[in-house]
Design a protein around this ligand. Sequence first.
Ligand SMILES: Cc1cc2nc3c(=O)[nH]c(=O)nc-3n(C[C@H](O)[C@H](O)[C@H](O)COP(=O)(O)O)c2cc1C
Length: 378
Amino acid sequence: MKKRYTLEQKKWDSPIEHAMPAQARVPASFNIGNVPIAPATVLAPMAGVTDTVFRRFIKNASQFSASSSTTDVEATQTNQQSGCGLIMTEFTSADGLSRMRETKRKRYLTYYDDEHPIAAQLFGSNPETLADSARIVQDAGFDIVDLNLGCPAKRVVACNGGSGLLKDLPQIERIFKAIRATVTIPFTVKFRMGWNDAHIVCVELAKLAEDNGLNACALHARTREDGYTGQARWEYIAAVKDAVRIPVIGNGDIESAADVQRRMTTGVQGVMIGRAAMCAPWIFREIKHFLATGTLPPPLAPEAQWAHILRHCRMDVTRTGSELHSMQSMRTQLMHYSRGMAEAKHLRAKFSHVSSLTELERIAADHLTRVAEPVLAA
Ligand SMILES: Cc1cc2nc3c(=O)[nH]c(=O)nc-3n(C[C@H](O)[C@H](O)[C@H](O)COP(=O)(O)O)c2cc1C
């Protein structure tokens, strides 16, 4: 008797076609101030993840062509081809930035021309320091400056930064005013719903942002106390959307184009995607396909998935100049990629000690042979 491997598939790999109601479509574009975001999808800022290599890699993996289901992994991306409309840096400490020497600042604020439009995210609690850092961001050529009012990390909250500020709306207003008075580039805020369920401030905060001239806001629909537990509460995103006229970007638990369709009924202008992009960087491509055609694209073939994964690693080696260093630091990312791939457990065991590109290429070749012949003798 023959036994078949079950090829694990991600939800977003489903080839089932869905008719998409017009009102549930992701808008083709929206504007943050004078910066067009097209399509209306944003890569979430993620500390330790969204460095310049990952951001450029995401743009490439998001490549979309209505006429083809394949992607040219090595092609240079234009914004018109990419399914990801806006990328953001991981958060940077305003205190640190304003104290750093010019050369060190450049390292923190490095980005490449093909990353535009790009937003730099800052955290901190002192209005003058934040305004000073926002000016540095503007001078560095970023398109947008974003303020982080969501980070739940203890070391950030302890200095009243990130979600720590959610308990102090008057201080938030002082920060809004100071930054707005200093920079002319679009200014946005990313926040959580509030400190906890007894202290929900998202609607008030969004109105404060609008009243102080911010150009858009993004809500991760959890409280600080929630951390990452439970489900993102999109009804709060809908409430924020109803309360303000500036663009609202919804964030939390989007894992597929079908999730986007469901969430667009809140009326948000854009969606932001974080963790799902760490596991399936081609998610933006699938969303754009869905947006353009109303159907889910065919699943990305394992060969194409591997081509993307290898490209990501090669890009990192080029950046660091050390294959060993890059491959060691890519192990965590490789673990993310294994989720949803066939024989994930087997892959994870190999990834845990991979230390060269040649070794990874061998793992890829072996894996492709195994998934191409998924029939096992009992
Ligand atoms: C590893 C990691 C690092 C993160 N770093 C940041 C950050 O620097 N700034 C920020 O605003 N949010 C940060 N977040 C939160 C994400 O931007 C996003 O709001 C959250 O993951 C929810 O979206 P998702 O469900 O699509 O992942 C981080 C999340 C993760 C998983």
